[in-house]
Design a protein around this ligand. Structure first.
Ligand SMILES: Cc1cc2nc3c(=O)[nH]c(=O)nc-3n(C[C@H](O)[C@H](O)[C@H](O)COP(=O)(O)OP(=O)(O)OC[C@H]3O[C@@H](n4cnc5c(N)ncnc54)[C@H](O)[C@@H]3O)c2cc1C
Length: 103
């Protein structure tokens, strides 16, 4: 139960993205990695996903083609990382308490 309560924000975040992120066609073909990459490559790209993930305190795991190590960054920090020959492997969503309120 504790695990699920710590991710209670998930329903609200999903609802926000469903109602405000592009349209059905865009949501069906767009990817998490592709959308974040667009934000990384084009600072003026208004990524709805990036805004939600940054508000949640999400982190990204990145691996380079020549590296066996996965580097983990806060989203804001990741914007400054050279992504040449690197991929986003995962997005880490933090467990939050019910004290966190998103409006
Ligand atoms: C009509 C339209 C409306 C849109 N409206 C919105 C909107 O309202 N809000 C919003 O946020 N976005 C919107 N978008 C953007 C859309 O959601 C996509 O995220 C964006 O077009 C990128 O497409 P994609 O996700 O299919 O990524 P792709 O085109 O598949 O990839 C884009 C780039 O990201 C790279 N990439 C993909 N995955 C990874 C990874 N894991 N690691 C590293 N690099 C990676 C690819 O190599 C490529 O260079 C809209 C797009 C369109 C065309």
């Amino acid at each position: 139960m504790l695990f699920f309560s710590r991710y209670g924000y998930g329903a609200q975040a999903a609802s926000h993205l469903r109602d405000h992120f592009g349209n059905v066609s865009v949501r069906n073909v767009g990817s998490v990695g592709g959308n974040l990459w667009m934000r990384h490559a084009h600072p003026d790209f208004a990524s709805d996903l990036y805004v939600v993930l940054e508000a949640l305190g999400a982190r990204v795991g990145v691996r380079g083609a020549d590296s066996a190590e996965t580097e983990v960054y806060d989203l804001g920090q990741w914007l400054g990382v050279d992504m040449e020959k690197k991929v986003i492997l995962f997005v880490y969503l933090p467990a939050l308490t019910s004290q966190h309120v998103f409006m």
